[in-house]
Design a protein around this ligand. Structure first.
Ligand SMILES: [Zn+2]
Length: 412
């Protein structure tokens, strides 16, 4: 449900009413791959303002197994999180397995990165697993492709198959009270994007995902793809979710183009490497100059880390490789994302987005998603594809290297 439409852009604010609560959009979802947002307790997640989290169908299917989660009362009960949950369909992870995966019209056959056992994921199977896991939102099974590295013919084939799988996902879905989102694909080709969005829009999904982005495309290619998709969705009031995008500046630009929902491992992943996202830029807390700084990570932040601890303490914890370092900085980075999206929502709702845009852009800090291990300077140009290393890796790595990449993602 859309509650406010910005007059200067396509940005909109809305409410997503779900079984476990209402999600105010636009919003960013922290990722809890293995039914945990790494190192954080559900109470900490609530305190930093997380309205909804994402859990990963592929990983939970393999371990601990969706049937076990179901026996323990479903994901909410199992992980003691009583706010909304979205599960992805597993399509992305399966396709990312590259040589470990064979795909045909029926589905995708793959060998587990954990023990090499063979599995078949079909649209019906993905929906069955998600119904057992019991999130508030399930997602249709799709076939993503690399945005940049694929020919139009490959993109079209995967898109047409994604459309057929969307219909099969809808037919298979029967869990009452669980929303089902469909995925529009089309790579970076605006005609294919429009065609896919038009088709997915015609189906009775509860929300529409923009798939196959946040990978190896340039920001310009991404913006073109978003614009083509959103133009084809004009007048459609369902929530629009761009999968995998994760930095404040990228989110702001996508919101201005009419996207409502996002997820990424990035804020938590860079936190574990010592990178803090702060108002107007970022800091590397492994840098020695922070060892003598009394001020908090971000004086403008209200998170439990910034209210209590100095940069000096965090810099010390990172140098000593203390576990608390990862937790404290993950709390801060996720609070930073949550607070930033809250600011954007407020500006849209109060009709002041255009006036506040220069300030919001400055607060977002720089032209793009910071890359892992980047320095302290705001505005450093990110490497392409750095926002989602696993996606950039798909199709490029081979054999054992690919296995390692997937296994390390599992740790994410
Ligand atoms: Zn903070």
């Amino acid at each position: 449900m859309i509650t406010a439409q910005d007059k200067s852009s396509r940005a909109r604010a809305g409410e997503l009413r779900l079984g476990h609560g209402v999600v105010q959009t636009p919003d960013f979802m922290p990722v809890g791959t293995n039914a945990t947002v790494k190192s954080l307790d559900p109470e900490e997640l609530k305190a930093l303002g997380a309205q909804i989290i994402l859990a990963n169908t592929y990983h939970l299917y393999l371990r601990p197994g969706h049937e076990r989660v179901q026996r323990f009362g479903g994901l909410h009960e199992f992980m003691q999180w009583d706010r909304p949950i979205l599960t992805d369909s597993g399509g992305f992870q399966v396709v990312s397995l590259g040589p470990l995966m064979r795909i045909n019209e029926e589905g995708a056959k793959f060998s587990s990165h954990l023990d090499g056992s063979m599995h078949l994921f079909t649209p019906e199977r993905s929906i069955e697993v998600q119904q057992a896991l019991g999130p508030d939102i399930a997602v249709a099974f799709d076939q993503p492709v690399m945005p940049e590295g694929s020919t139009d013919r490959e993109v079209r084939r995967a898109m047409d198959r994604t459309h057929r799988w969307a219909v099969r996902s809808l037919r298979a879905h029967s869990r009452p009270g669980q929303a089902l989102f469909g995925i529009a694909q089309g790579g970076i080709n605006p005609e294919l994007r429009a065609e896919s969005a038009t088709y997915i829009r015609s189906l009775p999904f509860d929300g529409i995902n923009l798939g196959g982005l946040a990978g190896d495309e340039t920001p310009e290619q991404r913006n073109t793809a978003i614009d083509a998709t959103v133009t084809a969705l004009e007048g459609d009031l369902r929530v629009r979710y761009l999968m995998g995008l994760g930095s404040p500046v990228d989110l702001l630009e996508a919101v201005l183009r009419g996207v409502d929902l996002f997820d990424s491992v990035l804020p938590a992943r860079v936190a574990r490497n010592g990178q803090a996202w702060v108002t107007g830029g970022r800091l590397n807390l492994r840098n020695a100059r922070h060892l003598d700084e009394q001020e908090p990570v971000d004086a403008q932040c209200d998170c439990s880390t910034c209210r209590r601890f100095s940069r000096a303490y965090l810099a010390h914890l990172f140098r000593a490789e203390e576990l608390l370092a990862y937790r404290l900085l993950t709390i801060h980075n996720l609070r930073h994302m949550s607070a930033f999206m809250g600011e954007v929502r407020r500006a849209i709702a109060s009709g002041t987005l255009a006036a506040e845009l220069p300030r919001l852009r400055a607060a977002a800090g720089g032209p793009g998603t910071p890359r892992l291990g980047a320095g302290d300077e705001p505005g450093a140009v990110p490497e392409r594809g750095a926002m989602q290393p696993r996606y950039a890796a798909a199709g490029r790595l081979r054999g054992a290297q690919q296995k390692r990449a997937v296994a390390s993602e599992d740790k994410e």
